[in-house]
Design a protein around this ligand. Structure first.
Ligand SMILES: [Mg+2]
Length: 299
């Protein structure tokens, strides 16, 4: 069974969680789960794993592996406009692994730098490759609340932060800064006009398809508008590259967002939301390209 099919199976089994358990506000399928604490406050929760040979090569330095492990989960908190608060990590270490101390020191440092200090975890050894998991908890924006993938509406503008493409080849996927500050600022600045948001982990094309599907709408990407890194391939290839860890968001039209967020992060309108379903990218010649497969499919 493919990872996507297995995730869909888990999501289907969890579809009634929110109705059956009052403390569950958003179950599996978005960037984070949203749960209600006993005090009534909402918490964001996300977990991700990092597998040697799949998410990083065996020769990557421990500090880079540690950074990526924490940053990927923190990016899911940013995807909802939230603020990270704490982290838990586990390590499944190859027997005789020589860099355990350096790895966990670096994870602890990275977690503190990203305002999600490690409050616990577990370690085991085995005969396989290095596997790390990181769980991060956080708080949604106090006024806007959690920004889900499902709120985009026909007529919305589709925006992206930063630049796209070439992340894995350049090594940027190891040292990216999760867009926590920009996500929170978008909540401040746009409030209820910020309709939907997610982070771009698998590729702008496939992730825009997911945002469109969650919203029951169609995403249209204007390829010449996509902001590319200098070392990225052409726009059509770049929207399939993945691991950008930028924010993709849908906002009400005509808001006149600035070209950059206060921290300097570029903000670019790359398309729009329409009635219908699916996601297409339109090139400079007006040709339509289906986006459903443009990105990392968990095979
Ligand atoms: Mg995500």
């Amino acid at each position: 069974m493919r990872e996507n099919q297995l995730l869909a199976h888990i999501h289907a089994r969890s579809a009634n969680l929110a109705a059956a358990f009052g403390q569950i506000v958003v179950g599996p399928g978005d960037d984070c789960a949203v749960v209600r604490a006993g005090s009534g406050a909402l918490l964001l929760l996300t977990v991700d794993q990092l597998v040697e040979g799949r998410h990083f090569a065996a020769d990557v330095p421990a500090a880079d592996i540690a950074h990526k492990c924490i940053a990927r989960s923190v990016s899911d908190i940013a995807a909802m406009g939230g603020t990270p608060a704490w982290a838990l990590a586990t390590g499944l270490l190859p027997r005789g692994f020589a860099h355990a101390d350096a790895l966990f020191d670096a994870m602890s440092r990275a977690a503190r730098e990203m305002s999600a200090p490690l409050v616990g975890g577990d370690v085991a050894t085995w005969d396989g490759a290095l596997v790390l998991t990181c769980t991060v908890g956080g708080e949604p924006h106090a006024e806007r609340g959690p920004v889900l993938r499902s709120g985009a509406r026909p007529g919305d503008e589709l925006w992206v932060t930063g630049r796209i493409g070439g992340s894995v080849r350049s090594g940027r996927h190891l040292r990216f800064t999760p867009r926590v500050a920009v996500g929170a600022w978008l909540c401040d600045a746009l409030g209820p006009d910020l309709h939907a948001m997610m982070d771009v982990s698998d590729g702008v094309g496939i992730d825009a398809s997911r945002l469109a599907a969650a919203s029951g709408a169609r995403a249209v990407i204007d390829l010449p508008r996509v902001p590319l890194h200098d070392d990225a391939p052409d726009a059509l290839a770049a929207i399939g590259d993945g691991e950008d860890y930028e924010l993709l968001f849908a906002a009400a039209p005509g808001l006149a967002l600035p070209a950059r967020a206060p921290d300097g992060t570029p903000l670019t309108r790359i398309g729009s939301v329409a009635r219908g379903s699916g996601c297409v990218a339109i090139d400079a010649a007006g040709r339509e390209h289906d986006c459903a497969q443009r990105g990392w499919e968990h095979a």
